[in-house]
Design a protein around this ligand. Structure first.
Ligand SMILES: [Zn+2]
Length: 114
């Protein structure tokens, strides 16, 4: 699955530097399962960088919480579970909401050119 994603991204002109995922279950008490920020710290370590100020894009509250815990800027996409997340959480203060990843990327590109 990862190889397929890397190939598709490469064909579209994108470059993915690192893929992180939690292989654990909810009862494993690991540090990398969202809403804990362990995966983000793993990425920071692997890429020797700080992710603070980067965006965390996700469709669930846990995604946004993990990002916020690591100092990232949360962005909710309304694809997947996103619409349900927005309906369920009455106050997603400070969270940017986007129709989909494509809309988020358009927003990001605009920010970069300002
Ligand atoms: Zn884990």
């Amino acid at each position: 699955m990862h190889q397929k994603m890397l190939t598709l991204a490469s064909e579209a002109g994108a470059k993915i530097d690192y893929i992180a995922y939690c292989p654990h279950g909810p009862d494993d008490s690991c540090e990398c399962r969202k809403p804990l920020p362990g995966l983000i710290h793993q990425i920071e370590k692997a890429l020797n960088m700080s992710a603070k100020g980067c965006y965390m894009v996700g469709d669930s509250l846990r995604d946004l919480q993990a990002g916020q815990a690591a100092g990232l800027i949360p962005a909710l996409v309304l694809t997947g579970k996103g619409t349900r997340t927005l309906d369920k959480e009455n106050g997603l203060a400070g969270v940017g909401v986007f129709d989909d990843l494509d809309s988020f990327v358009d927003y990001l590109l605009l920010q970069m050119h300002e």
